[in-house]
Design a protein around this ligand. Sequence first.
Ligand SMILES: [Zn+2]
Length: 318
Amino acid sequence: MRMPQRRRGGGLLGGRFMIIIIGLVGLFIYWQMNQTEVPFSGRKQLNTMSLQDEVRLGQQSYFQILNQEQEQGHQVLCASEGECLGAERTLTEGVRTIGKRLQAAAIELEAELEAQGFAFTPVADQFDWTYYVVDSATPNAFCLPGGYVAVYTGILDITGNGDGQVTLEDVSDPDKLAVVMGHEIGHALAHHGAERMSQQKVMQMGQIAVGAGLGDMDVSQQRAIMQAFGVAAQGTVLKFSRAHETEADKIGLDLLVRACYDPREAPQLWERMGKLNEGQSPPEWMSTHPASETRAANFREWMPEAIAQYESRCGPLK
Ligand SMILES: [Zn+2]
């Protein structure tokens, strides 16, 4: 006879927390049910998006970003193929040549993982690989879902000779630029964008569940609880974004080796990028790519295997 009494004794507070708990348990189950394995690392990720939606969204935002850059006076090189000449053409073709080698490497890597029995859908041969160079001083590069790659001229000098200006010489030695592009392509192959969006969706639903449960609670109490929820959500996202960087580094290194670009350039380039930012607030692109001890340690761990692979495929490294 005691049980029902105790339940009723929970009163308003019990009812509220019941809503929160049911909501969060539901979300946890939803989270668990939408886990897929990332074959490149063995990590499980949340992905509630179809490949079609991912590619469609990638394409949409790609052309949106390129249009915005144009509107801000940052020319998209070779945007109209008829006028693709001279330096414009050399820079664009430099990027496209690296891209094509890396995309072939991606197709090969996925086929190999599939042959090894990993349950996943290869995407590299379904991507709509597109490459453009944006004439902008911002050091930036990205590969959106679907294989939509943009390289900003601001990064070409950093991956080139570092003399402070973008010249054709900067794309004459492609190994460093391949490091950046391989890493960015790694993010797309591992569906990091879709994972982030799926996580945001779940966090928003969690916020709604918590918000509904708080009901007519004291406003300052409500705020404190929502803040705690926000901090926890942010911490989770940060943890995942670090995992994403490590995964993109690992995939990028594998692509470099398969495409016969010098893998030793990878840790050197990230260190160089890190040094460029010392003493000043890093540009947004770098702040999402933290040059950390962990990163250097990862590369030290991966490098012997990468060098061995490179040499068996491409010949001895100089
Ligand atoms: Zn990254």
